[in-house]
Structures are given as structure tokens and as C-alpha cells.
Design a protein. Structure first.
Length: 85
């Protein structure tokens, strides 16, 4: 098939494609094709429901962001001995 050129790709989309490529160890071109296949689903029957899950966000945080999140939840993870005595 002929090449398709994407112009004015939003920065957030470009970051997600780069992250997918890096995570899977594939080229940016292959990552874009995978995303298109996942969203357009050429093999997916038209009556099959589309799922909008959070899978694409898994692993999207940097280590620093993950540590900050863990610190923010630390108080919620503490067990109160009076309640569970």
C-alpha cells in the first residue's frame, strides 16, 4: 500500500506512539499500524462491542510519577490497629 503521511500529530499522541514502540521494541511505523488496527479492527466483526479500557495507560508513568503516586497513597495504605485489633 502507498505511504500515508501524518501532519500536525498532537504531542500527546506522538508520545503514546513512541511509548508503545519502545515498550514493544518495534518501529514507530509498526506502532502506528498496530494502533490503527486496534482502533479500526479490520478483523473485528462490526457488531462486536468496542472496549474502551485503560490498557494503553498501563506503564505510561515515569518512575518519578509512580513514586509520587505511591507517596500520595501511603496514608491510605496504613493499617489502623484499633480498627483491626
Amino acid at each position: 500500500m502507498k505511504a500515508i503521511t501524518l501532519r500536525n500529530l498532537p504531542d500527546a499522541v506522538a508520545r503514546l506512539v513512541r511509548h508503545k514502540a519502545a515498550t514493544l521494541g518495534i518501529s514507530l511505523n509498526r506502532a502506528v499500524i498496530l494502533v490503527l488496527e486496534e482502533r479500526l479492527g479490520p478483523e473485528r466483526p462490526r457488531d462486536e462491542p468496542r472496549h474502551h479500557e485503560l490498557d494503553e495507560l498501563a506503564g505510561a508513568w515515569s518512575p518519578a510519577e509512580a513514586r509520587a503516586f505511591d507517596r500520595a497513597l501511603a496514608a491510605q495504605r496504613a493499617i489502623d490497629p484499633e480498627l483491626w485489633g
